[in-house]
Design a protein around this ligand. Structure first.
Ligand code: SF4
Length: 444
């Protein structure tokens, strides 16, 4: 702690974990630092099946906890995929409360019934798709999904409807790279001059080969009106070794950024740290390499109960990503997608945390807390709703430029409401009446 203007400021965010933490995992206790640092070793040893959880942990996992994971896998929309890096950072002494375990390895006992108004595609991305793999909602910006494969699968993923392959509960059309379909996207963009900004997401840019990164980058950059490209990857947060040891991939990203600069265009990376527990010396080293190439990196976190829904954690996350030269950009309210009710927070909680975080560091390094409106209204600042019935957990919003004249609603998780409100939600007619009343109060 240090003293500034009578305020104690923790400097803990400057400490980057650098111990041999993976050696706590029985199967990896003899894995050397060199092996663990190798991206190929990380890929080869990623956890992809529930049985592997038990295999690598041996007697460090309690049988009842293991069965709790097995039970969850029968009902959740996401498969398991976890890098050894993130798996070893989980707190296996207290797995029920570990913020990393909660993000990637659900347990049945913590799952809650989905909200009645949840949707598999809550942001209506598919409805705004003029050609496959491309969502065009904002006038000058598009979302390009060239793959639906990721280096990890997150329980809270907004695209669990397509990402990560079918599960027992959900049939999906997961797809990998498909150059022919990408060419149709480039054709659409070439004949759509209002588009200046392309988010290349998915899926995850980490799962594209060096040649695919170059192909996508070069084809987008040669479209005259495209001015900005964002490559989205959670990779730096969950698998920093790839930045450090996959030179082909890294050089491809650097070359696309340099080509963009030569054209007077911006190519940046958007990453996705949601918990300070994901951050180690490896994250810092990966960011040092990226920063040395002059590449801008921004962070988008998702607000999740038991992961980062307290001021102390969010302040630490904000400061620590800022310290690594990553600009905290957004913190999202959790989308209303299946299998995630236990991870959602109320809108008021989002507002309160944003209020507390603002002012703890420089404004340009402070994330904007947003709600991505169900139904496709786009991202709105958490405090910009038209009306908020906090008692019943109903907020009403507009998106004047994106969808003029329309109203959108976001709902707090029902289990966080008082008992009488919970009762009201249990009756479909009363529930519809409450929503209609909230919309009326908002002027609709
Ligand atoms: S990395 Fe992103 S796209 Fe992939 S599962 Fe996680 S949240 Fe979804």
């Amino acid at each position: 702690m240090t003293i500034k203007d009578n305020k104690l400021i923790s400097l803990e965010h400057r400490n980057f974990r650098n111990d041999d933490f993976w050696k706590e995992i029985p199967a990896w206790e003899s894995v050397t630092r060199g092996e663990f640092a190798d991206q190929l070793w990380q890929q080869k040893n990623s956890i992809r099946k529930v049985e592997q959880v038990k295999k690598v942990l041996g007697d460090r996992i309690d049988e009842s906890f293991y069965l709790d994971i097995v039970a969850a896998m029968h009902v959740v929309p996401m498969n398991i995929r976890i890098t050894p890096y993130i798996f070893a950072l989980m707190n296996w002494k207290d797995p029920y409360n570990c913020p990393l375990r909660k993000q990637f390895l659900p347990v049945k006992s913590q799952l809650l019934e989905d909200h009645p108004f949840h949707e598999a595609d809550s942001l209506h991305e598919d409805a705004d798709m003029p050609v496959p793999m491309l969502t065009h909602r904002y006038p000058d910006k598009v979302l390009f999904l060239p793959t639906t494969i990721c280096p990890v699968y997150c329980s809270y993923c907004t695209r669990s409807r397509i990402i990560g392959g079918s599960t027992e509960a959900v049939e999906k059309e997961t797809y990998g790279a498909n150059q022919k379909k990408w060419d149709a996207v480039f054709e659409y963009l070439t004949r759509t001059p209002q588009v200046e900004d392309v988010v290349v997401s998915g899926g995850d840019a980490y799962m594209l080969t060096a040649a695919q990164i170059r192909y996508i980058g070069e084809n987008l950059l040669k479209i005259p009106h495209i001015r900005r490209i964002r490559l989205a990857t959670k990779g730096i947060a969950i698998f920093p070794m790839k930045v450090l040891t996959d030179d082909d991939w890294f050089n491809a990203v650097c070359d696309v950024v340099k080509l963009g600069r030569a054209f007077g265009k911006q190519v940046v990376i958007h990453t996705h740290f949601s918990s300070p527990n994901e951050i180690t010396k490896w994250s810092q080293m990966a960011m040092d390499r990226i920063f040395s190439e002059g590449i801008i990196v921004r962070n988008q976190a998702v607000l999740q109960a038991g992961v980062n829904d307290d001021v102390e954690t969010m302040v630490k996350l904000t400061r620590q990503v800022g310290y690594m030269n990553i600009q905290p950009y957004y913190v999202y309210m959790h989308d209303m997608v299946p299998g995630c009710e236990h991870l959602r927070t109320t809108l008021r909680e989002g507002e309160e945390i944003e209020k507390a975080v603002r002012g703890t560091t420089a404004g340009f390094n402070t994330p904007t807390f947003v709600c991505d409106l169900p139904g496709g209204g786009g991202k709105r600042n958490v405090s910009s709703y038209e009306y908020y019935d906090e008692e019943n957990g109903i907020s009403v919003w507009t998106a004047p430029y994106v969808k003029p004249g329309q109203c959108f609603t976001y709902y707090d998780p029902i289990h966080k409401l008082k008992e009488d409100a919970r009762k009201r939600w249990s009756d479909p007619k009363t529930r519809e009446a409450m929503v209609a009343e909230a919309k009326k109060k908002a002027g609709f």
